[in-house]
Design a protein around this ligand. Structure first.
Ligand code: SF4
Length: 299
């Protein structure tokens, strides 16, 4: 395969992968929703979970997005330094979004700032948003596709706390937000928290926390304990599916951290919704692929 063929194959593959992401929830999210639904005992909560699973089934049967808000597309790319198409990835992802918007179809959600014009194809200035990580001495690429909806993780928030507010301040910030606009996202929520020394790092980590598989834990045992305690506390609010009350509020709480300055503790918060469209693909140097987030997926 020459370079042009490889580029076209990459664009086509990512377009189909992005289309697929909009129509199929990842394995871990489906499993968690089933688990939470089974634990509910109120009639209303059971009806909402049944509606969610009907929606998932119909999206599959009718080849339609799981939610009408297919969001702003965000790609989180971990690229090997020896991946042969490294120079073509950025442009290829933009082309793939245009193509996915047509074939899915995806709702056009990219509005140019100042012009206040919807571009109509989900591509705009710095959109799709691309986050880069380098993998030394590898010749493959791993790409997360995340559909950030206007009601879920896009209205995130971040703040630098006074140092003496400490981890209690972090917890207070999270609970204040989730009990006010956090419920803006359709529950059960996935809560991503970033803790760092500055607001932009905390915000970014809170989004990356949403990419972690459900059931995974923070790498630091104290971080993992804080995740569990916040999860328990949020579940005790009994927000329930759709925010209509129930036994649980969240699918999980994930914290990611970076070392901070002694004088600052910043916290970022991003909330995912039940329709958590997060998919992960690995592509090798010869354009072979595996969809890691959706077992057995053929795209
Ligand atoms: S919060 Fe999620 S499920 Fe609700 S409308 Fe937005 S994208 Fe759809």
């Amino acid at each position: 395969m020459d370079r042009t063929q490889a580029r076209n194959t990459f664009i086509d593959l990512i377009a189909r992968f992005t289309d697929y992401s909009s129509k199929h929830l990842p394995d871990d999210v489906r499993t968690k929703l089933k688990e939470l639904g089974d634990r509910e005992d109120s009639q209303m909560a059971k009806i909402i979970y049944t509606a969610m699973f009907d929606d998932i089934k119909m999206a599959d049967a009718l080849n339609r997005p799981v939610c009408q808000d297919t969001g702003v597309i965000q790609y989180f790319v971990r690229v090997g330094t020896k991946f042969p198409l490294i120079d073509e990835i950025e442009d290829g992802l933009r082309e793939a979004v245009k193509k996915a918007t047509e074939i899915a179809p995806l709702r056009p959600n990219a509005v140019e700032v100042f012009d206040e014009k919807n571009t109509g194809n989900n591509v705009g200035t710095r959109i799709p948003w691309i986050d880069w990580e380098i993998m030394p001495n590898r010749d493959d690429v791993e790409i997360y596709c995340y559909m950030a909806g206007g009601g879920c993780s896009l209205p995130g928030t971040a703040k630098v706390l006074m140092p003496l507010e400490g981890y209690e301040g972090v917890v207070k910030f999270v609970f204040d937000q989730i009990t006010s606009y956090g419920i803006n996202a359709c529950p059960p929520l996935l809560v991503g928290i970033g803790i760092a020394g500055s607001v932009e790092v905390a915000a970014k980590l809170s989004k990356k926390a949403l990419l972690r598989p459900l059931g995974s834990h923070n790498s630091n045992p104290r971080g993992a304990e804080l995740e569990a305690r916040i999860e328990q506390g949020l579940n005790d609010l009994h927000i329930g599916p759709g925010g209509l009350s129930g036994r649980s509020s969240v699918m999980g709480v994930h914290i990611e951290q970076a070392a901070r300055h002694p004088a600052t503790i910043a916290v970022g918060l991003s909330t995912g919704c039940w329709a958590h469209r997060r998919a992960l693909i690995r592509i090798d140097a010869s354009m072979g692929y595996e969809v890691i987030s959706h077992r057995g997926a053929k795209i």
